[in-house]
Design a protein around this ligand. Structure first.
Ligand code: SF4
Ligand code: SF4
Length: 443
C-alpha cells in the first residue's frame, strides 16, 4: 500500500469519535465572528453597530490578496465591533451579533438536493469561491481561490484531495466522507474544472475503510477521480508527504506543491467549494470533533462560525474533571487553548481533552545520539543537530541545515528516547531564521 518515502511515525490513532454522526449544534444567542479566520490580513468589516444582518450576509470584505471575506453565520443585530480574545488569548477584531431567529440570505439553496451539473466556467468558479470566503480547512486556512490560481509559469496537472486525517482523534473529515461523499467528489470536480485538469485523487488512510468503500462506490460516476488507499502513517496529511504518497513526486526544498504539478485541498474544503458553487452558500459553518478518552461524550458538531467554544464544551457536560489540557486540533500539531470562551472559526477542527498522564512531559535527558529523530523526520532533516544549533543561536548554520523546511510535525519529539523537546526549540529557531531570510533585500 502507498505511503510517503521518508520518515514518519505511528501514534495510536485514537479515533474514538469515528462513530459519532454529524449533528447540528444549536445556534448561539450571541455570535462573535472573528475577522482573522484566514492566513493573511484580517478582513475589513462592512457593517456597523445597529445593522440588521441575515445568515450568509457579507459582514467583512477581504483586505488584500491573501485574505478572505467573512459572512454572518447568524441573523440578528450587530451589537458591536470590538477586540475579543482568540484561543491563544491574543486580541483580534470581531463582529458581535445578537441573534434573532435564523433568516438566511435569498439565493442560498438550503435543500438537501445534490446539484451535479457544474454550470459555472473556470473564471466564474474561482470568483464564486473567493466571494464565498472559502479557505483551506486542513489547517492552513489559505484562501482557496488563490490556491486554485497557480502563479504565471506554473501549471497544475492534477488535484489531490486530502482525506488522510492522520492526526489522532480527529474524525470530522471521516464523517464528511461517509455522510456527504458525492458532495465531496463534486467539490473535487469543480476544483479540477477551475484548475483545467482532468485527473483527481482522494488519498485516504487505511484506518478509514468505510470512507474508502463509500467513495470508491462512485468510481463509475466520477471516473476522473481515483480513490487512493494509503498506509497509516503520520504526517501523511502534510501536503508534501501526501503528494509523495499518492503520485510519488517530491516537492523540492523551499518549493511549492505546484512545482510537482499538484494542488492539494482538504475534504472539508471540497465540501465548502461544492456548497459555494452549487448552492451559493458562503463558508459560515464548520464541522468540529469533540473528543478525548476522559470526555464522556464523543461528538461531531456542525457549528455556526462564531459560537463560543465554552458553549460546545457545556453541551458535553463541561470540561471533564481529569482533563488538564484542552487542545484545538490534534495532539501532534494542535494548540492548547488558553481561552475557551474564544469563538469557533472557519478552520476549527476539534476540541480535544487530554489528561495529566497524556500530557505530562518526562524529564529531559541527554542526547544519546541514537539518530531516531533523524530516521523519523519526514523532511530529511537532522533534528538533534537543529536543536543543538538553535540552543547555541547559530542562525547561519541553522539555515545551512534547512531549518526552514521543518513542517513542525513533531515526529522528532514524539520518538526521542531522551524526551528532548526538539520541536519546541526547532520551531523557535525556524521562526528566527525565517525572519532573517525575509528581511534580506530581494534581487
Ligand atoms: S532521538 Fe533524541 S536522543 Fe536520539 S539522536 Fe535524536 S535527539 Fe538524540
Ligand atoms: S518537527 Fe521538523 S524536524 Fe521534527 S520531525 Fe517534523 S519536520 Fe523534522
Amino acid at each position: 500500500m502507498k505511503t510517503f518515502s521518508i520518515g514518519g511515525v505511528h501514534p495510536c490513532d485514537s479515533k474514538i469519535s469515528a462513530g459519532a454522526a454529524i449533528e447540528n449544534f444549536p445556534i448561539p444567542e450571541v455570535a462573535y465572528i472573528s475577522m482573522s479566520q484566514h492566513l493573511g490580513a484580517p478582513a475589513e468589516p462592512v457593517v456597523a453597530a445597529g445593522d440588521k444582518v441575515k445568515t450568509g450576509q457579507l459582514i467583512a470584505k477581504a483586505n488584500g490578496f491573501i485574505s478572505a471575506p467573512v459572512h454572518s453565520s447568524v441573523s440578528g443585530t450587530v451589537k458591536s465591533i470590538e477586540m475579543v480574545k482568540d484561543l491563544a488569548g491574543n486580541l483580534c477584531k470581531a463582529v458581535i451579533i445578537d441573534v434573532e431567529g435564523d433568516e438566511w440570505m435569498e439565493g442560498i439553496d438550503r435543500s438537501e438536493d445534490i446539484v451535479r451539473e457544474i454550470k459555472l466556467d473556470q473564471k466564474e468558479i474561482i470568483a464564486r469561491i473567493a466571494e464565498c470566503g472559502i479557505v483551506g480547512l486542513g489547517g492552513a486556512t489559505f484562501p482557496t481561490n488563490v490556491k486554485l490560481s497557480p502563479p504565471p509559469g506554473k501549471k497544475a496537472e492534477f488535484l489531490i484531495i486530502n482525506g488522510a486525517e492522520c492526526e489522532p482523534y480527529l474524525t470530522s473529515d471521516y464523517r464528511v466522507m461517509i455522510e456527504m461523499p458525492e458532495q465531496v467528489l463534486i467539490g473535487a470536480a469543480i476544483m479540477m474544472k477551475a484548475l483545467g485538469v482532468t485527473k483527481g485523487f482522494v488519498g485516504i488512510e487505511e484506518n478509514k475503510p468505510e470512507a474508502i468503500r463509500v467513495l470508491s462506490g462512485y468510481s463509475e460516476k466520477y471516473p476522473d477521480i481515483q480513490i487512493v488507499p494509503l498506509k497509516k502513517k503520520y504526517p501523511q496529511g502534510g501536503e508534501k508527504q501526501l503528494i509523495d504518497a499518492v503520485v510519488g513526486r517530491q516537492v523540492p526544498s523551499m518549493g511549492l506543491p505546484i512545482d510537482t504539478g499538484a494542488v492539494v485541498q482538504n475534504v472539508g474544503t471540497a465540501l465548502a467549494v461544492y456548497e459555494a458553487v452549487q448552492k451559493n452558500k458562503p463558508l459560515f459553518e464548520g464541522i468540529l470533533t469533540v473528543t478525548g478518552e476522559c470526555c464522556p461524550q464523543q461528538r461531531n458538531f456542525k457549528h455556526r462560525v462564531g459560537t463560543p467554544i465554552s458553549k460546545i464544551i457545556e453541551a458535553v457536560g463541561g470540561v471533564p474533571e481529569e482533563a488538564v489540557k484542552v487542545i484545538s486540533g490534534g495532539p501532534m500539531m494542535g494548540k492548547a487553548m488558553c481561552n475557551i470562551d474564544a469563538p469557533t472559526l472557519k478552520g476549527s477542527s476539534s476540541v480535544l481533552f487530554l489528561t495529566e498522564k497524556q500530557t505530562k512531559r518526562k524529564e529531559e535527558g541527554n542526547c544519546i545520539r541514537c539518530a531516531k529523530c533523524v530516521s523519523v523526520c519526514p523532511m530529511g532533516l537532522e533534528p538533534y543537530l537543529l536543536n543543538k544549533l538553535g540552543r547555541a543561536g547559530r542562525m547561519d548554520d541553522l539555515e545551512a541545515n534547512r531549518v526552514y523546511d521543518c513542517i513542525e510535525c513533531g515526529c522528532c519529539s514524539f520518538t526521542c528516547p531522551a524526551y528532548i523537546p526538539l520541536l519546541d526549540m526547532i520551531r523557535l529557531a525556524k521562526g528566527q531564521v525565517m525572519r532573517i531570510m525575509r528581511s534580506r533585500p530581494k534581487n
